[in-house]
Design a protein. Structure first.
Length: 326
């Protein structure tokens, strides 16, 4: 490991737009995608979970669309992988909020079916899905423009004539806590179709208020992203042929078992943590739930991934509780 001079490489856009219904999220995303796609000389695709709302603009924009039959994390991921295989370098996801709804509904369902009725164990099972979902977005080899619904509230504001009128404003995005950290650019849309740039890693548009951002805005973002040093992407190693599958499983099994045992010990160390005050960080019920999750994981690479994600969840939860107790 050694330090080297930092340099900005060419990057793929990770942009999210959020706002209340009618703020223009879908239209803005399509216009930005069109600008980038035309600049690159490619077509773009849309993953639509909003009752085919994107297709209503198909007379103004040319794109391919996947109208998700089921708005689940697995379907989102399958669709993104299909777009990747098809070679789309510009992808719109309209919207991310349905994936979060599925996860929160699953947590409620698991909580109600458990004896303790608490949400600790359900979140320990569901959080890995959210992580896979976000990782798929971040690792997509192309530009992504996503929309998110936001909870809304009515306030009394002034119109152009100085009269008091009701106005609908958006609050936080309907997605997981901390979702804003995953994107390079965040645009908060309002009912006037204005976008306030609440986060901007380009440093060019931070806090700017843009009226009806469209193709030109997309091009400006693309030109900044493409101005860095070319990014070299290493191709993943080829998958083994089917004829060697049984042999490979036999060879990997001891290694997988050793890794599983190591993870079990690490998780055991986390759930038995004692706080500075001398109290246990996790309850006995929560410890048992974690042990049950470990018991039900399969002895394969996917099972290892699930244990890694469980360890990450428990570690974050421990840190959160220790901060509260401090």
């Amino acid at each position: 490991m050694a330090f080297k001079k930092a340099e900005r490489t060419q990057l793929f856009l990770r942009c999210a737009l959020f706002g209340p219904s009618g703020s223009g999220k879908t239209m803005t995303a399509l216009r930005m995608a069109k600008g980038i796609a035309e600049k690159m000389g490619v077509s773009f695709a849309v993953i639509d979970t909003e009752a085919r709302s994107a297709s209503k603009y198909s007379d103004r924009f040319s794109f391919e669309v996947d109208d998700l039959e089921k708005k689940s994390v697995d379907y989102y991921i399958d669709s993104m992988n299909a777009a990747k295989e098809a070679g789309y370098k510009v992808l719109v996801i309209d919207s991310l909020s349905h994936a979060w709804c599925e996860l929160t509904e699953e947590v409620d369902r698991l909580s109600q079916s458990s004896v303790s009725k608490n949400s600790f164990s359900p979140w320990a099972k569901v959080n890995p899905k959210q992580k896979r979902f976000i990782d798929t977005i971040l690792n997509y080899p192309g530009h992504i423009i996503a929309t998110m619904r936001s909870s809304t509230e009515w306030i009394i504001g002034e119109n152009k004539n100085g009269k008091n009128v009701p106005e609908k404003i958006g609050l936080k995005p309907e997605q997981g806590k901390g979702i804003e950290f995953e994107f390079d650019l965040l645009l908060e849309m309002n009912q006037k179709h204005e976008a306030t740039v609440t986060k901007d890693r380009t440093g060019k548009f931070q806090d700017a208020v843009i009226e009806k951002p469209g193709e030109d805005f997309g091009v400006a973002l693309y030109e900044w992203l493409a101005s860095g040093v070319p990014l070299i992407i290493e191709e993943p190693a080829p998958k083994p042929s089917k004829g060697n599958t049984a042999k490979q499983k036999k060879e990997e099994s001891p290694t997988v078992q050793m890794q599983r045992e190591a993870l079990k010990q690490e998780i055991g160390g986390i759930i038995t943590t004692i706080s500075k005050s001398g109290d246990a960080v996790f309850t006995e019920d929560e410890k048992e739930q974690a042990r049950q999750i470990i018991k039900t994981t399969k002895l394969d690479s996917k099972g290892l991934q699930e244990l890694q994600e469980l360890k990450g969840f428990l570690s974050d939860e421990r840190s959160r509780r220790e901060k509260i107790a401090a």
